[in-house]
Each structure stands twice: as C-alpha cells, then as structure tokens.
Design a binder for this molecule. Structure first.
Ligand SMILES: [Mn+2]
Length: 128
C-alpha cells in the first residue's frame, strides 16, 4: 500500500497531495492520504513497509530520513524548499565526513549547482 504524506499547513502541500491521490487512484493503487506539519508525531504505522510519497515536507531532524529509508518499502520525496536541499546534503556529508565539514559540504554543493546548472537540476520544460 502507498502512503502519501503531504504538508497540511499550506496550499501547495494540499494541491500536491491531491495530484498524487488522483494519480494513484487512476492507476487503481491502494493508498492513504495523510496531512502532516512540523511538530506532528511521525505516523510510523503509515510508513512501516509502505511505499511512501512525501510531498512539500521534510523529515527533520535529517537523521530521521535514514530511519524512514530503513522502515519504508520505498520512498519518493518531492520538496521545493531550499532548506530541503541544504539539509539533505548536510545529512549526507555527515555520513561521509566529520560533522564539522557538514555546512561546508552543503555550501559547496549549492555553489556547484549554481555554477553548472543555474537553470536548476531538473530537465527543461518542452516547447509547447
Ligand atoms: Mn510549500
């Protein structure tokens, strides 16, 4: 079963949750839709063994991501907030390097992205 966790505190969270629900319904997949906000308890019963889709929201602290990856069957995570990218790169760097190098690593990633992919890391929009 799929679980869709969407940010319940803003409109883009609600809309992305609705789009995911429509898509899963069209494909006749079983799912639970669950709104979440920062400070809410993590709904582990909806994560354990489920195909998890997280929209417009991030697990914080970042160490929670490794536990989610361990417990969920799969994870799709879509979040447009710049703190999401910085936090994730910091968490990854924390696994690879000394903790003191974490913020330096996130800064280096941001500079590299801006240098080589100023248009963003996703594909270009096709011409209409
Ligand atoms: Mn948002």
């Amino acid at each position: 079963m799929h679980t869709v966790l969407y940010h319940r505190a803003d409109l883009d969270g609600h809309c992305s949750g609705a789009i995911a629900a429509l898509s899963l319904r069209q494909r006749q997949l079983d799912f639970k839709l669950h709104g979440i906000d920062y400070g809410d308890p993590i709904p582990w019963d909806l994560i354990d063994g489920h195909d998890l889709i997280v929209l417009d929201w991030s697990f914080q602290p970042w160490e929670l991501f490794s536990e989610v990856l361990r417990r969920a069957k799969s994870l799709v995570w879509i979040d447009h907030h710049k703190t999401a990218l910085a936090g994730l790169t910091e968490a990854m760097a924390g696994l690879l390097f000394t903790p003191s190098a974490k913020s330096m690593f996130a800064f280096a990633i941001l500079v590299l992205v801006l240098l080589f992919r100023p248009q963003g890391i996703m594909g270009k929009r096709a011409a209409p």
